[in-house]
Design a protein around this ligand. Structure first.
Ligand code: PMP
Length: 458
């Protein structure tokens, strides 16, 4: 029997996309907004089967620190393939894993010693599960402190600490044993105050929860936090706030889990985003870029926490040798080629230029970010501002901007509240010319979308 012989019937992009639409689940995501069949990719450019060359600001949801098929990554993968090493070895020790572990530990905040690594199933969400299990096991507590706007993944525990109500609502639960705290989202301050005072009130509220004998909150097993919220809408937390979270958790004996799945490996202009605030977490959750474009996820935690039993967090796919080799090559290249500093500089430049665009385009509510994790919040140009100058989100304009970008061969995704934040996650290898093109095309797309919108009744 020849399997899938029908496949050769019509390999044209239109037919591929049509079969995908018919056969894949209604839950598919990027495929809905980007009718592209990628055939080749290099650096920041994806070539579609339609012959067009797209400038990719998705980078596999922030995975591709070095862009597509970077020579050092391809070389590392080839080397393992050519060596005849087994590609799948559960969690056995290998030289690839040994080297990856050494290189990874060298990058840890505060230095390489005193940490333990646990290799997880190959997705960020599984590493989040591991971090939650570890801290619950160590403390013997259940409740986890987490934040509005958080995104930590789609498996049960990770979803419980995540914040997207739309995804949680059909499940009939918002997740048990979680205390939700306000994340310092200045543009839409949860207290309607903003600035330092808005941030301070959130800190003060947490202090009360931890110290008031009638706060109603049981002692938490952990706090989990993203230093820059990604899916929540590219929202950087102030460094002083993160330091306060570290102080409070330390004082009250609560392990601090920092989720650097999206912010890690130079993306924010520091190798790890916690370095901006000099915070040393108890647990780091790492995935995406650490695998150099292949699936890999780990937690790295203080060795005092290492009290769980053998098999406490298993998983079949914890030994992807190709991902470890690609990851080692990526970590090294990011550090040695100065890409951390580069991300900070190009990111600042892109944000500066987008803020100039903002002065002409009232649909841009805010341009924000850190390094090459950039968000442009799209708002209704014709609506009243609230007391702090923010206007209502405009998801329809944001969607139009995304499709205007696509027409100009620029791939950008939407995220954040109401999907109204245009998110840019270009590779750290982006050239000056590519940065110029990204800003030009995005600016044109914004102008076009705003022009279309004009005249539509508020
Ligand atoms: N944590 C953060 C901060 C993320 O951004 C993501 C993915 N966007 C995850 C966890 C989950 O990772 P994965 O999709 O690999 O499960």
């Amino acid at each position: 029997m020849a399997l899938a012989s029908a496949w050769s019937d019509d390999p044209s992009p239109v037919a591929v996309l049509e079969r995908q639409r018919r056969r894949e689940s209604a839950a598919r995501t990027y495929a809905r907004s980007f009718p592209i069949v990628p055939v080749r990719a290099r650096g920041m450019t994806i070539e579609g089967a339609d012959g067009r060359h797209y400038l990719d600001c998705l980078s596999g949801a922030g995975t591709l620190a070095l862009g597509h098929n970077h020579p050092v990554v391809v070389e590392a993968i080839r080397r393992v393939l050519d060596s005849g090493a087994p590609l799948h070895v559960l969690d056995l020790g290998t030289s690839e894993k040994d080297e990856f572990t050494s290189v990874l530990l060298e990058t840890m905040p505060g230095g390489p010693s005193g940490w333990r690594v646990h290799f997880c199933g190959p997705a960020g969400t599984d590493a989040v599960e591991a971090a939650l299990k570890l801290t619950r096991t160590v403390t013997g507590r259940r409740n986890v402190l987490t934040f509005t706007g958080a995104y930590h993944g789609m498996t049960a525990g990770a979803l419980a600490v995540s914040a997207n109500v739309e995804v949680k609502a059909p499940l009939g639960t918002t997740g048990l044993d979680v205390t939700r705290l306000p994340y310092p989202y200045d543009y839409r301050c949860p207290f309607g105050i903003g600035g330092d005072m808005g941030t301070d009130i959130g800190v003060r509220y947490l202090e009360t929860l931890l110290t008031d004998s009638h706060s109603g909150m049981l002692p938490p097993a952990a706090m989990i936090v993203e230093p820059v919220q990604g899916e929540g809408g590219t929202i950087p937390a102030p460094d002083s706030w993160l330091r306060r979270m570290r102080q409070l958790t330390a004082t009250h004996g609560i392990p601090l889990i920092i989720d650097e799945v999206q912010t890690g490996v130079g993306r924010t202009g520091a190798f790890w985003a916690v370095e901006h605030s000099d915070v040393i977490p108890d647990v780091m959750v790492l995935s995406k870029a650490i695998g150099g474009s292949l699936p890999l996820a780990v937690i790295v935690y203080r060795e005092e926490l290492d009290s769980w039993a053998p098999g406490a967090h298993t998983g079949t796919f914890r030994g992807n040798q190709l991902a470890m080799a690609a990851g080692t090559a990526t970590l090294r290249y990011v550090a040695e080629a100065g890409l951390v500093q580069r991300a900070a500089e190009v990111g600042d430049r892109i944000m500066r230029e987008l803020r100039t665009v903002q002065t002409r385009q009232p649909c841009i509510g805010q341009v924000r970010g850190r390094g090459l994790m950039i968000g442009v919040e799209i708002v209704r140009p014709d609506a009243e501002s609230d007391a702090r100058g923010a206007r209502p989100a405009a998801p329809d304009i944001a969607r139009e901007i995304r499709s205007q970008c696509l027409r100009r061969d620029l791939l950008v995704e939407l995220g954040g509240r109401n999907d109204a934040v245009v998110r840019l996650l270009p590779p750290l290898t982006i050239t000056d010319d590519e940065a110029t093109t990204v800003v030009e095309r995005l600016a044109e797309a914004i102008v076009a979308a705003e022009r279309d919108y004009a005249g539509v009744p508020a």
